[in-house]
Design a protein around this ligand. Structure first.
Ligand code: ZN
Length: 321
């Protein structure tokens, strides 16, 4: 037994000592949340589908010819940005792995740092893969049964492959992160998100949520606050950037006559948002400038958001509003 453990491929990535109290070690960090990061287009599809659908594995993984379908999740913080895009869906790790089987897949050594991969599944892969026992504490993921806590070795990348669709109703949050400056995982086409300011990608995502689709689990984008139901952080920051883009340049004099209460206000604002989603900034501004001023546009934006997301008006504040 000892001999087999010494030879295990995950030994090199073994976690360090479990930290005392709240203090975290880089090589032994608390593993409570995992994230699925997506590019703008995929994030929109995920929201419309109401789930992250399993997909084929396209990189050089040993499973890429196996026709196994997976969803990728990771506890990584991506300090240098993510190669998977800007939009991050958060999940509770304990909930996802409870009662599942775990298999060691591989280490991707061409990644810096090396990326260990573990398959989480309800199916039997005994004939293809080596089972991974997280309670042993001899690899990058450790499950301490005494404290009922999970830990991971943050000195390396850790990627979990889930062989199931992940419904968004078990997702806990959506946040915005940086795209990696150099790397992108998109093989088929040029990445449009990588060269764009993160705030613009966020604003386009939120613009689509507001104007482009009715199929939205609004719970993911709202929070309880003292003033009532409020936009969650990512939603709020996206809306603020939409308003900033619409208001710029502030000296511009040519505005239209449309008021927030007018019949055409809502369709005009939605058209503006859809142009923004398509990255057509000039058309977006032209539509925003049909309003009499930025405050009328904001008033209309608020009306749409209140109706669609059930947020309470006192929680919506933008610019010098
Ligand atoms: Zn990219």
């Amino acid at each position: 037994m000892m001999e087999r453990k010494a030879l295990a491929p995950w030994n090199k990535y073994k976690i360090g000592a479990v930290p005392n109290g709240r203090w975290q070690n880089e090589d032994c960090q608390s593993l409570e949340k995992v994230y699925h990061v997506a590019h703008l287009r995929n994030a929109v599809r995920i929201v419309e589908d109401g789930k992250i659908k399993q997909g084929l594995i396209y990189d050089k993984s040993k499973l890429n010819t196996s026709r196994v379908l997976v969803v990728w999740l990771s506890p990584n913080r991506w300090y240098n940005g993510s190669r998977y895009g800007n939009i991050s869906f958060e999940f509770d790790f304990t909930e996802l792995v409870a009662g599942k089987k775990y298999y060691w897949v591989e280490v991707m050594k061409e990644y810096t740092p090396h990326a260990s991969r573990i398959l989480i599944t309800s199916e039997d892969f005994d004939s293809i893969l080596t089972p991974y026992d997280p309670t042993q504490g001899d690899g990058p993921w450790f499950y301490d049964t005494e404290s009922n806590s999970h830990y991971w070795n943050g000195k390396y990348c850790l990627e979990f492959m889930f062989s199931r669709d992940l419904p968004l109703d078990i997702s806990q949050d959506v946040s915005f992160i940086d795209h990696h400056r150099t790397y992108c995982n998109m093989k088929d086409h040029v990445c449009a998100d990588q060269s764009m300011p993160k705030e613009d990608v966020n604003a386009r995502f939120i613009a689509y949520l507001i104007a482009g689709t009715d199929a939205i689990d609004t719970r993911l984008f709202t929070r309880k606050s003292l003033r009532g139901s409020a936009p969650a952080e990512a939603f709020q920051s996206g809306m603020e950037h939409i308003v900033q883009l619409g208001a710029r340049p502030r000296k511009e004099k040519r505005w239209g006559e449309l008021l927030a209460v007018d019949d055409l206000a809502i369709v005009t604002a939605k058209a503006a948002l859809l142009f923004l989603y398509q990255d057509k900034k000039i058309e977006f501004k032209k539509m925003v400038r049909q309003f009499a001023n930025i405050d009328e546009f904001i008033g209309c934006l608020k009306a749409i958001v209140i109706e669609k997301f059930g947020v309470d008006k006192p929680t919506l504040r933008f610019l010098d509003d």
